[in-house]
Design a protein around this ligand. Structure first.
Ligand code: COA
Length: 174
């Protein structure tokens, strides 16, 4: 277990954040996605968090605004957790977990009621995520239902919410 410091990004972190994502994913798509999201209107600077260890950025997590829209046309605001990255040589030492816990707390403090994630079905449940089908919340694209998950940040944060998630356009561009 490595204990990291977690704080919102600043402009001087942009290059390091790009590198952490590029290294973690072994390709530039997610790093480019972060840059596109940063210039879009779903971006919340306080929810682009970096993990630092020995003054270096070793991890990053991003939450952006999404909508859940149901058949009646009702719209609900939520957040998408994506992407999340830890440099390869420090993975599996708890840094990702610290980023998630800290990010969820920050999102709650900012008044958000829920978070949606598309990710590993054995990892995110450790932090309270459950399949989003529980609320009849669907992904806009075909995915196995167990990997599409949601968490309520406050009691009944998703009560009465259902529908299909609409991601920021940037997600379609990478
Ligand atoms: C996913 C990631 C951010 C997790 O960070 P981390 O610091 O390694 O996470 P933690 O140490 O808190 O937890 C690691 C645990 O989660 C599991 N895990 C996390 N994401 C996983 C995934 N996508 N597939 C399989 N297992 C995963 C690990 O196997 C490990 O399990 P264990 O503790 O039972 O061995 C990091 O591994 C990473 O950057 N991976 C490459 C990029 C990526 O896939 N990002 C997620 C999709 S957006």
């Amino acid at each position: 277990m490595i204990n990291v410091d977690i704080r919102p990004e600043t402009e001087s972190d942009f290059t390091a954040i790009y590198e952490v994502n590029r290294l973690a994913f072994g390709q530039a798509s997610e790093a480019n996605l972060v840059e596109l999201l940063r210039s879009g209107d779903s971006f919340i600077p306080e929810l682009s968090l970096v993990a630092t260890f020995e003054q270096k950025i070793v991890g990053h997590i991003l939450f952006t605004k999404i909508k859940i829209i149901n058949e009646d046309g009702s719209e609900y605001e939520s957040l998408a957790l994506a992407p999340m990255a830890v440099v390869p040589d420090l993975q599996k030492q708890g840094i990702g977990g610290q980023l998630i816990v800290s990010g969820l707390a920050k999102a709650r403090a900012l008044g958000f009621a829920s978070v949606i994630v598309l990710g590993h079905e054995h990892y995110y449940p450790k932090f309270g995520f459950v399949p989003a089908k529980r609320w009849n919340i669907q992904s806009p694209f075909e995915v196995p239902s167990d990997v599409f998950m949601a968490i309520e940040l406050v009691e009944d944060g998703l009560k009465g919410v259902s529908g299909t998630v609409v991601y920021p356009k940037a997600f379609e561009m990478v």
